[in-house]
Design a protein around this ligand. Structure first.
Ligand code: NDP
Ligand code: MG
Length: 407
C-alpha cells in the first residue's frame, strides 16, 4: 500500500487530486471526439458521466461501450433503436431524445462540468438547465450564445456559474485576460485563418463548390463550421460570442486575418500592449484548458515550434468579398434579436449550399434579405427567442426558393 493510501486508510483527508465528472453533448462530432481524447489522456482526473449524440449510432455505440456513461441521449428514437440493434451495452440508461434528452444528460446530479459541443442550437435548453443546476459550462458551441447570449450569461451570473470558452479564439482571450481588470482592457482582437478562399475577390467566388469550401487550410472541423470559416461568418459569430463572454462592445472587438492560425487571439491593453496566446492548431488544447481550469495539466501534444512556423502574417479582412462578417457586426450593433435572425438564416443558407441548392455567394444574400425583412425587437424569454428563430428559418427558406427560381 502506498504511503498516501495508508494515510487515507487511517482517516486522513484524501490526497488524491479530485476527479471532475463531465458530460459531453455532441460526443460523436469533431470536438466531442477530441474531448474524449483529452479524457483518455487524463483518466485519473476526468470521468465521463453523460454522453449525447445526434444520429451516428455506430460511433455512439462504441463510445457508450468504452466510457460506460451513467446517462446517455440521442437526437431521435430511431437513432436509439439503431444503437440497440448494433448491440450496445444493455444497461445504458437513456435520458430521452431531442432537447429533453440533452437536458437530462446535462443536468444529471452527478455531473460537475458540461461540454456543449453539439452543432446547431438544440442544446440551448440543456445549457440553461445545466446552469440552473450549478454545473460549470465548457462552451464550444457558439450558436447558443449568438442566439441567446443575454439569457445564458444572465442565468450564469444569477447562479454563480462559470462559462469557460472552448472556441480557440475565446479560449485564448480567456487566457490573456488572467489577472487583468476591466479598466486595463482596450480591445479584443480575434484572429481568423481566412479560410480556403482567402485573397479571392467577390467575382472569384461565384461558382465555388461545397467540396472547395470544405477544404479548410488549418483546422479539421465539422461541415457547418467549415463552411462558416469559408464565408467568414464563423468570425462574425465569434464577434457576437466575444461580446457576450467578455462584455465587450462591437467597436471594441476587431478581427485580423492570420493564415497560420498560431496566434489564437489577442487582447490590447490601454497602454497599447498586445497580449497574445499562441499554440499548436489542435482543439485538444482549449478543451483540456476548460476541463482542467483553474489548474493546468500537461498535454500529450507537440509544443509549438516557432522556427518551424517561420512567418506569422496578419491582414485586414475583405468584407466586400466576404460580407458575412459585416452582417454579423450589423446584427450585434442593432439589437438583441437580430443575431437570432442572422444565426438562423445562416444555418438555413449553409445547409442549402451543402445540398447544392444555392451557390456560395448566395449565402450572404439569404442572410441579408432575411435580416432586412425583420423588425428587431426585444427577446427577453426563451420562447421569444425560439419564435424569432422559427420565423427567420421560414423566411430564409423562402429566400432560398426565390433565389433558386431565378437560376
Ligand atoms: P460536428 O458536426 O463535427 O459535430 C456535431 C455534433 O453534434 C455531433 O456529435 C452530432 O451528432 C451532434 N448533434 C447534432 N445535432 C444534435 C442534436 N440535435 N442532438 C444531439 N447531438 C446533436 O461539429 P463540430 O464538432 O465541428 O462543432 C461542434 C460545435 O463546436 C459547433 O457549434 C461549432 O461551431 C463549435 N466549434 C467547433 C470547432 C472545431 O474545431 N470543430 C472549433 C470551435 C467551435 P451526430 O454526428 O451523431 O449526428
Ligand atoms: Mg474559433
Amino acid at each position: 500500500m502506498s504511503e498516501v493510501r495508508r494515510l487515507e486508510a487511517r482517516g486522513a483527508p484524501s490526497l488524491q487530486p479530485p476527479v471532475k465528472r463531465i458530460t459531453i453533448l455532441g460526443s460523436t462530432g469533431s470536438i466531442g471526439q477530441s474531448a474524449l481524447a483529452v479524457v483518455d489522456a487524463h483518466r485519473d482526473r476526468l470521468e465521463v458521466v453523460g454522453l449525447a449524440a445526434g444520429e451516428n449510432a455506430d460511433l455512439f455505440a462504441a463510445q457508450v461501450e468504452q466510457y460506460r456513461p451513467r446517462v446517455a441521449a440521442m437526437a431521435t428514437g430511431a437513432a436509439i433503436d439503431r444503437l440497440k440493434q448494433i448491440g450496445g451495452p444493455a444497461d445504458v440508461v437513456f435520458g430521452g431524445t431531442g432537447r429533453d434528452g440533452l437536458v437530462a444528460v446535462a443536468s444529471h446530479p452527478d455531473v460537475d462540468l458540461v461540454l456543449c459541443a453539439s452543432s446547431g442550437t438544440e442544446a440551448l435548453e440543456a445549457v440553461l438547465a445545466a446552469i440552473a443546476s450549478g454545473k460549470t459550462i465548457a462552451l464550444a458551441n457558439k450558436e447558443v450564445l449568438v442566439m441567446a447570449g443575454g439569457i445564458v450569461t444572465e442565468a450564469a451570473a444569477r447562479h454563480g456559474v462559470v462559462i469557460l470558452p472552448v472556441d480557440s479564439e475565446h479560449n485564448a482571450i480567456h487566457q490573456c485576460l488572467h489577472g487583468r481588470t476591466r479598466a486595463e482592457i482596450a480591445r479584443l482582437v480575434l484572429t481568423a485563418s481566412g479560410g480556403p478562399f482567402r485573397g479571392r475577390s467577390a467575382s472569384d467566388l461565384v461558382g465555388v463548390t461545397a467540396e472547395d469550401a470544405l477544404k479548410h487550410p488549418t483546422w479539421r472541423m465539422g461541415r457547418k463550421i467549415t463552411i462558416d470559416s469559408a464565408t467568414l461568418m464563423n468570425k462574425g459569430l465569434e464577434v457576437i460570442e466575444a461580446h457576450w463572454l467578455f462584455g465587450a462592445r462591437a467597436d471594441q472587438i476587431d478581427v485580423v486575418i492570420h493564415p497560420q492560425s498560431i496566434v489564437h487571439s489577442m487582447v490590447e491593453l490601454t497602454d497599447g500592449s498586445l497580449i497574445a496566446q499562441l499554440g499548436v492548431t489542435d482543439m485538444r488544447l482549449p478543451i483540456q484548458y476548460a476541463f482542467s481550469y483553474p489548474e493546468r495539466w500537461r498535454a500529450p501534444l507537440p509544443t509549438l515550434d516557432l522556427t518551424a512556423a517561420g512567418r506569422l502574417e496578419f491582414e485586414t479582412p475583405d468584407t466586400r468579398a466576404f460580407p458575412c462578417l459585416r452582417l454579423a457586426y450589423r446584427a450585434l450593433e442593432a439589437a438583441r434579436s437580430l443575431p437570432v435572425v442572422l444565426n438562423a438564416a445562416n444555418e438555413v443558407a449553409v445547409a442549402r449550399f451543402l445540398e447544392g441548392r444555392i451557390g456560395f455567394t448566395a449565402i450572404p444574400l439569404v442572410i441579408e434579405r432575411t435580416m432586412a425583412a425583420y423588425r428587431p425587437g426585444a427577446v427577453a424569454t426563451l420562447a421569444e427567442v425560439r419564435a424569432v428563430d422559427r420565423w427567420a428559418r421560414e423566411r430564409a427558406e423562402e429566400t432560398v426558393d426565390e433565389l433558386q427560381s431565378k437560376v
